[in-house]
Design a protein around this ligand. Structure first.
Ligand code: E4P
Length: 221
């Protein structure tokens, strides 16, 4: 499973990459605008922090086909090896997914609100699909739709990976990992929630206290 961080916060990417196996970073226009930085600053900072094996995902802004392709080529040109273009699954976007794949780009089809939208984007050759789990909950069973999409790709022998997105809590992430999802993109705050448990902190403190009380030192040997 690939763990991707959904953030423009370079410090969080550094911190979590030290602790965990992080495959890459996704951004979207909202994440970038909220960072208070220019898109160029976010791109420069992220590409300087990510290593050559990690992926960086950036989304097109234009809504028409020609504009999407212009944006996609600029994103692809940043570092073709490990920068992927995110394209929303509108009508123009589905056409752009096909065209971008024909031009040799790696593509993530995004803003997916139903299993059917994701399935058609996969048929167009998308490398990744980003269903918006939490946002889908407003229209029905988001987790169920993503699990359906997982089955549809498997049964139809499509190689596209799902990178489930738009998570608001650790339960949503846990459910999809347990269902066999190929990748998740998670905000750092939710990743920290998944890592931390008061039981672990108190157990480790208990071991240290017992050792110190018995041997008067904090080193093992
Ligand atoms: C990631 O690729 C998506 O853009 C992101 O997870 C959307 O999340 P949101 O629903 O918090 O905007």
């Amino acid at each position: 499973m690939e763990l991707i961080l959904d953030t423009a916060d370079v410090q969080e990417v550094k911190r979590l990459s030290e602790l965990l196996q992080v495959t890459g970073v996704t951004t979207n226009p909202t994440i970038i605008t909220k960072s208070g930085k220019t898109p160029e600053q976010v791109v420069d900072e992220m590409l300087s922090v990510l290593n050559d094996d990690q992926l960086f995902f950036m989304q097109v802004i234009a809504q028409d086909f020609e504009g999407m392709m212009r944006d996609a080529r600029k994103i692809h040109a940043l570092r073709a090896k490990n920068v992927l273009v995110k394209i929303p699954v509108t009508h123009a976007g589905l056409k752009a997914v096909k065209a971008a794949k024909q031009e040799g780009m790696r593509v993530l089809a995004t803003t997916i609100y139903s299993a059917d939208q994701g399935f058609f984007a996969a048929m167009n050759g998308a490398d990744y699909l980003a269903p918006y789990v939490n946002r889908m909950q407003s229209f029905g069973d988001g987790l169920g739709q993503v699990k359906d999409l997982l089955q549809m790709l498997k049964l139809q022998n499509l190689p596209t990976k799902i990178v489930a997105a738009s998570f608001k809590n650790s339960y949503q992430v846990h459910e999809l990992i347990a269902a066999g999802i190929q990748a998740v993109t998670v905000p750092p705050s939710v990743v920290w929630d998944m890592l931390d448990h008061p039981g672990t902190t108190s157990a480790v403190d208990g071991f240290s206290e017992a050792w110190h009380a018995a041997y008067g030192r904090d080193e093992v040997l």
